[in-house]
Write a protein that binds this ligand. Structure first.
Ligand code: GRF
Length: 217
C-alpha cells in the first residue's frame, strides 16, 4: 500500500478524484495527508469531509521558500508519505525539494505537455487554434510543468467554446487519468527515466479520428 500526500491550493477536485479512487476496494494507495498552502480553500473542507487529516502550511508564514518547503517536508515525513500528488498546488517547488523527492512527486497539468506549460492553458489553446488539447500527468522535475509524461487524455477543441467550457471538459478527463496514474505508479508499473517514463505492459488505444472533419449534412 503506497502512502500518498496531496498538496493543494484551491478547490481540490482532482484531490477528490484521488480520494474517491483510494476509497475503492483493492486500490493500491491511501491518502495519509492533505496539505494546503492556503487556509481557506474548498479542498480542505472536502478532505475533512472524507475523514483525511489535513495541514495548512501557509507560505506567507515563512521568510524563505526553503523554510516553507522544509515545513512541508517535515509534515510529509510525519505523515509517513512516500509519494506526493500535486493537485492544483500553486507554489513553485525549488530544485532542492524536488530532488529530495525525486520520482516521488506527481503532477497533473491541463494541457498536452510539452505544449502550454504554465497558466491560462485553455485560453492559450483557443488562441493558438489547436484542434486537440487535453491533460497530462507527469513526474515532477525542477523546471515548471516538466518531467517524464505518464498519461495523457485528449479531446477535440470546439473553436466556438469558451475557455471555461473547455476547462470543464478537460477537467473531466483529469479526474480520469490522475487516479489511473496513481494506481499504475502504486502498483510499481511506471518507471521514471531522465526524460521519459515507461509503463509496463501498457495497452494502446486505437488511433483516433483526425479533427476537424466535414460533417456529412
Ligand atoms: C486543474 O486544472 C489542474 O490540472 C491544475 O490546476 C487545476 C486544479 O483544479 N494543475 P482542482 O483544484 O483539482 O479542482
Amino acid at each position: 500500500m503506497l502512502n500518498v500526500a496531496i498538496l493543494i491550493s484551491g478547490r481540490g477536485s482532482n484531490m477528490q478524484a484521488l480520494i474517491d479512487a483510494c476509497a475503492q476496494d483493492n486500490f493500491p494507495a491511501r491518502i495519509v495527508r492533505v496539505i494546503s498552502n492556503n487556509p481557506d480553500v474548498q479542498g480542505l473542507e472536502r478532505a475533512k469531509e472524507a475523514g483525511i487529516e489535513t495541514a495548512v502550511i501557509n507560505h506567507r508564514d515563512y521568510d524563505s521558500r526553503e523554510d516553507f518547503e522544509d515545513a512541508i517536508d517535515a509534515e510529509l515525513n510525519a505523515a509517513g508519505a512516500k509519494m506526493i500528488c500535486l493537485a492544483g498546488f500553486m507554489r513553485i517547488l525549488d530544485s532542492r525539494f524536488v530532488n529530495r523527492w525525486k520520482n516521488r512527486i506527481l503532477n497533473i497539468h491541463p494541457s498536452l505537455l510539452p505544449s502550454f506549460k504554465g497558466l491560462h492553458t485553455h485560453e492559450r489553446a483557443l488562441e493558438a487554434g489547436v484542434r486537440y488539447t487535453g491533460c497530462t500527468t507527469h513526474f515532477v522535475r525542477p523546471e515548471m510543468d516538466d518531467g517524464p509524461i505518464i498519461m495523457q487524455a485528449a479531446l477535440a477543441v470546439n473553436p466556438d467554446e469558451t475557455a471555461d467550457q473547455l476547462a470543464s471538459r478537460v477537467l473531466r478527463l483529469e479526474h480520469q487519468i490522475y487516479p489511473e496514474t496513481l494506481r499504475l505508479v502504486a502498483l510499481g508499473r511506471v518507471r521514471a527515466g531522465d526524460k521519459k517514463a515507461h509503463i509496463e505492459n501498457a495497452a494502446f488505444p486505437e488511433e483516433g479520428l483526425i479533427s476537424p472533419s466535414l460533417s456529412e449534412k
